[in-house]
Design a protein around this ligand. Structure first.
Ligand code: ADP
Ligand code: MG
Length: 323
């Protein structure tokens, strides 16, 4: 192995916004047999927007669409999920709850309690307490009532029954490739807010290039339901789609795929960190200030998906020089 070839490869990559950490990355990358793409925020732009707000029939006397969005937004301010950002924007709320002491909402997986003195008086400002972020949404107490905002399954787990008309809204949202967010309050489902994002430009060319005529298996991994993945499943270069995989299980899925050969995982540095760390080669998409990418071997900075195939071509040419 010539250290000079490796150094040159790393420098060439760096010039293209591909930051490689570790001398062995280029050596291992050409052996990758499976490339796993996270869907939301990676193959799609993650720029979620609310596309529909549907109030449940038996809540419609007391709640209109704006009330529903407002309630969902007050809770979603405590999440950093792209869906949460869309709901908060649609509700016309500031991104940051008035309660956060340092100006940042609670991180996903974090927990906000109202136990702390100075904190809790500020928290009283927005009437939202006991916020718990889950893999699939949030639960909280809002103005004294327990509220759930998230995946229909989270609402069901929290003890809510989904009325038939709500189920229909959920199904039609999914059939369109959008994501239904159920809002329940005090034991009753109030309605559904639907969010959607668009696939990134030229995502299809990227997966085609990465598959290298089938030399590598391409896998799409998502927490969304199967129906939201139709356009990815139908693409000829996509070999498998794993849908309904909660964030905590993504690393396990990557680990299982490793039984078939070396795996590269492409995802975002924060939500997908465990899966990136589990993969043989973790490739994180980063932009601007969002460089929380310790788990990744390769960080793509402000380049977007188009740089992913370049990781493989650069590694290939560098590796040939090493040998
Ligand atoms: P992906 O794998 O597509 O990146 P995630 O694993 O981040 O998706 O989330 C899985 C699903 O959980 C989402 O599609 C959504 O239904 C639900 N979910 C997660 N966080 C939130 C939230 N803050 N608000 C509403 N729904 C959420
Ligand atoms: Mg994600």
């Amino acid at each position: 192995a010539t250290p000079l070839a490796v150094a040159r490869g790393i420098a060439a990559a760096g010039g293209r916004g591909i930051v490689v950490s570790g001398d062995t990355v280029f050596e291992e990358t050409p052996d990758v047999e499976t490339v796993v793409f996270d869907k939301t925020g990676t193959l799609t732009d993650g720029e979620m927007a609310v596309t529909e707000t549907a109030v449940a029939d038996d809540a419609s006397e007391a709640w209109d669409a704006d009330d529903l969005l407002g309630l969902a937004g007050r809770v979603e301010r405590y999440s950093r999920h792209p869906i949460a950002d869309a709901v908060v924007a649609a509700a016309d709320l500031d991104e940051t709850p008035p309660t956060a002491s340092d100006g940042t909402p609670a991180a996903d997986g974090g927990q906000v309690t109202a136990s702390d003195d100075a904190e809790s008086s500020r928290r009283a400002g927005d009437g939202v307490t006991d916020v718990q972020t889950h893999d699939r949404g949030l639960t909280a107490t809002v103005d004294g009532a327990s509220v759930v905002v998230g995946h229909p399954a989270l609402a069901v787990e929290s003890g809510y029954d989904l009325p038939a008309a709500v189920e229909e809204t959920i199904e039609s949202a999914r059939a369109r490739g959008t994501v239904p967010v159920v809002i329940g309050r005090a034991g009753r489902v109030l309605g559904v807010v639907v969010a959607g994002d668009d696939p990134r430009e030229s995502w299809d060319e990227v997966v085609t290039a990465v598959s290298a005529d089938g030399a590598r298996q391409v896998v799409v991994l998502t927490g969304d339901d199967e129906r939201a993945t139709a356009r990815f499943r139908e693409h000829p270069a996509v070999d498998r789609v794993f849908a309904g995989v909660p964030p905590a299980a993504k690393a396990e899925t990557v680990d299982r795929l490793r039984n078939e050969g070396p795996v590269a995982m492409v995802g975002d540095g924060s939500n997908d960190a465990p899966a990136l760390a589990t993969a043989d080669i973790g490739i994180a998409m980063a932009s601007g200030t969002d460089l929380a990418t310790d788990a990744a071997d390769v960080v793509i900075v402000d380049r977007g998906l188009a740089a992913v195939p370049e990781v493989f071509t650069l590694a290939g040419s560098t590796h040939r020089r090493i040998r």
